[in-house]
Design a protein around this ligand. Structure first.
Ligand code: HEC
Length: 227
């Protein structure tokens, strides 16, 4: 059995010199230190503050002059100017195609597939489709704006399914971009004329009163391919 540790008052010390260990008067027994005075506290030297300020200022100027405005060419190792330039669209048509590819990948790919060939019996192909590659975009703009429902023949295959309307989701620019991408996609062997936002705008206005009613392929065949 060990006896519990005795608890001493703060500042108490053991008098080991005494024959038996005993506790001396605690805090009161310690000689008091002199009160700290203002003159004793450490004064931060002003030259050190000035030096730190200067170093900070120099650092910022250095960064400003050498960061190349955080341009990726400065920070991405291995990136070369020609690679960067190759990614920048060179013409409006190319910029439209880039945007069109993005919209296709978001809004059309689920049904018409990444390769544009659709799914037999379900979703018609866009690759080499006589609808997509018509002499003008009058019908396909309407298809994207209001959707399509009913029997249709594309490249000799019959489909009878539903495509939903995109009138409220896609802007004139978006529709022009995605249809230009479809019509001009070289990977699909296409080189049909692009679609302009003005063409989409005009057809959107002309078909406003249709509301959300989709087109039937038969109805579209009565509309001239181009103006
Ligand atoms: C939910 C599936 C679905 C999505 C998403 C979809 N389509 Fe369609 N699309 C269809 C179906 C189904 C048809 C045929 C409808 C029918 O049978 O009458 C069709 C027909 C077409 C046609 C005419 C036929 C052809 O193959 O050339 C074009 C052009 C077309 N879609 C373009 C687009 C574009 C552009 C987008 C993206 C903005 C898109 N579609 C998104 C299902 C879809």
């Amino acid at each position: 059995m060990t006896s519990p540790e005795p608890i001493y008052p703060p500042g108490a010390r053991l008098d080991t010199a005494a024959p038996q260990t005993r506790i001396l008067g605690g805090a009161a027994a310690i000689a008091e230190l002199p009160e700290p005075s203002v003159s004793d506290t450490f004064q931060t030297p002003m030259w050190l503050v000035a030096l730190l300020g200067l170093i900070l200022y120099w650092g910022m100027v250095y960064l400003d002059q050498n960061s190349g405005e955080f341009h990726p060419l400065v920070f991405n190792q291995g990136e070369r100017l020609p690679d960067v330039e190759a990614r920048v669209p060179k013409s409006d048509a190319e910029a439209l195609a880039v945007k069109g590819r993005r919209i296709y990948g978001t809004y059309c790919v689920a049904c018409h597939q990444p390769n544009g060939r659709g799914t037999p019996g379900q979703f018609p192909p866009l690759v080499e489709s006589e609808w997509a590659l018509a002499s003008g975009p009058n019908r396909i703009i309407r298809i994207v704006l209001n959707g399509l429902q009913g029997p249709i023949t594309v490249k000799g295959q019959d489909f009878n399914n539903t495509m939903l309307p995109w009138r409220d989701q896609l802007t004139d620019d978006d529709i022009a971009a995605v249809l230009s991408f479809v019509r001009g996609n070289k990977e699909w062997g296409h080189s049909a004329t692009p679609v302009t936002p003005a063409q989409v705008k005009a057809i959107r206005a002309a078909t406003e009163s249709r509301g959300a009613t989709s087109w039937s392929p038969a109805e579209l065949l009565g509309i001239p391919e181009k103006d």
